[in-house]
Design a protein around this ligand. Structure first.
Ligand code: SAM
Length: 426
């Protein structure tokens, strides 16, 4: 993983392409986040805190030699862009107020000094003076409690906050920080970078102990079991699946997106985990990933239960993602086809039926698909009599375009319609 040096007066550090993609995702996610919140036309204000826990110096030079912003500027620019888009798209007259306090933490004094000078140069001096933007020196873990308190104080009712935790490696964000965030802030979200390849590459008993001590993540596996697992051709994928489960469980977040960034060469895969407490937040992030399909991927299959052995088994260890999943248009079709095959089987397990909401909630963390994509697959199956959609009165519904959360999904009782079909045909 790259390490950056910021010295005011010298050329900013080089930003690799995959990190630019990470910034594009952060920018687009934030814009979508605000557009989603302001889609309620009566809403005029949002008050929240954004914590950039590993903020860096705020400026880079990219591989083409152009100056590009780091995460603090990306966040500030995204807020301005979202304001503009809400006003113009919704033809609003009254200005909206996106009331964000940005807290930037870094343990490197020269990075923070660079960021301070940069913010002043880019007309954010007033925001620094009024503490709209706060620069905090030190380690994220040491400041997380105070920062959570600040978020609580600013949004007592909503607990709305976004934490961008872009660590270098995998051990600078202890899990108790994440569980604190989610237990104390009802509408908190976290975007966490995790260099899973770096951890796996050096995984041995000593490194496992250090990792557990630093993060509080207790891998369910002993060192001996890891050694045993490494004999399997799919050990890397199986280990990632295990670690992923450990991290998400320890974070205590209800919803998560297991997406990966694959740098073109060098540094190895890393996770960009989005953790949240609301399905809609997870859905907005999943939709953002589909828009950045060239650079994101995840191990596992296209439909549901992507981490279950069945799907992981399709991957080989050396080619890793050759048969994996990449959020492309092809992947969207494969995803649709896979769901068309899986859904009837899943519904057979609940003969009395299940509401659309429950069905989606049970599966949301196991699929790269968005809610709209799952809904489309269900409606397609319904049109082909592969499933029944019932209203809450138990009467078959004629829903063709949208499903209500309370619509009940059920396999037709005869089970006679077991032919399979693909998304592009019947
Ligand atoms: C990957 S860079 C962050 C880049 C930045 N988020 C961006 O996108 O432009 C990691 C940053 O975290 C800082 N850092 C490393 N360990 C830290 C810790 N434990 N707490 C806070 N900052 C840390 C480093 O000085 C470095 O600036």
């Amino acid at each position: 993983m790259p390490h950056y040096d910021w010295v005011w007066g010298s050329t900013p550090p080089l930003l690799k392409r995959h990190s630019e993609v990470k910034h594009a995702l952060l920018r687009n996610y934030l814009i979508k986040y605000f557009l989603t919140l302001f889609s309620r036309l009566r809403r005029e204000q949002i008050r929240m805190t954004v914590v950039d826990g590993f903020c860096g110096g705020g400026l880079y030079v990219n591989e083409d030699g152009r100056e590009v912003p780091g995460s603090p500027l990306v966040i500030l620019e995204a807020i301005e862009e979202a304001k503009y888009l809400v006003m113009t798209r919704q033809d609003r007259r009254k200005p909206i107020d996106i009331d964000v306090e940005l807290i930037c933490i870094d343990d490197c004094p020269s990075a923070l000094e660079f960021l301070r000078n940069l913010l002043i140069q880019r007309n954010h001096g007033q925001a620094l003076a009024s503490q709209r933007i706060r620069l905090v020196h030190g380690q994220f873990a040491d400041h997380s409690d105070a920062v959570i308190k600040r978020c609580e104080a600013r949004s007592i009712r909503s607990g709305r906050a976004l934490f961008v935790l872009d660590q270098y490696g995998y051990s600078a964000v202890p899990m108790h920080c994440l569980s604190d965030i989610f237990s104390r802030l009802a509408k908190a979200e976290v975007i966490l970078t995790f260099y899973v390849d770096a951890l796996i590459k050096f995984l041995d008993p000593k490194n496992l102990r250090q990792f557990t001590a630093a993060t509080g993540i207790r891998s369910g596996m002993t060192a001996a079991e890891i050694d045993e697992l490494k004999k399997s051709p799919w050990w890397r994928v199986a280990l990632q699946a295990n670690l992923y489960e450990d991290v998400t469980r320890a974070s205590t977040a209800k919803f998560h997106t297991p997406f990966f960034i694959r740098p073109e060469q060098g540094f190895g895969d890393f996770w960009l985990l989005h953790l949240s407490q609301h399905w809609k937040a997870r859905d907005v992030m999943a939709a953002t990933h589909w828009e950045h399909h060239n650079h994101f991927a995840h191990y596992g299959g296209a439909g549901f239960n992507m981490f279950s052995t069945g799907y992981i088994g399709k991957l080989d260890d050396t080619g890793k993602l050759q048969t994996g999943f990449d959020f492309s248009d092809v992947a969207a079709t494969v995803s649709q086809d896979t769901m068309l095959e899986q859904i009837p089987r899943l519904l057979s397990e609940v003969p009395d039926g299940i509401s659309f909401e429950q069905f989606f909630m049970r599966l949301i963390n196991t699929t790269p698909a968005t809610r709209d994509m799952v809904e489309t697959a269900l409606l397609k199956l319904s049109a082909h009599q592969q499933l029944q959609v019932l209203g809450d009165d138990g009467v078959p519904s004629s829903a063709r375009v949208h499903l209500k959360p309370e619509h009940v999904l059920r396999r037709p009782s005869q089970g006679a319609f077991s032919f399979s079909f693909k998304a592009n045909g019947s």
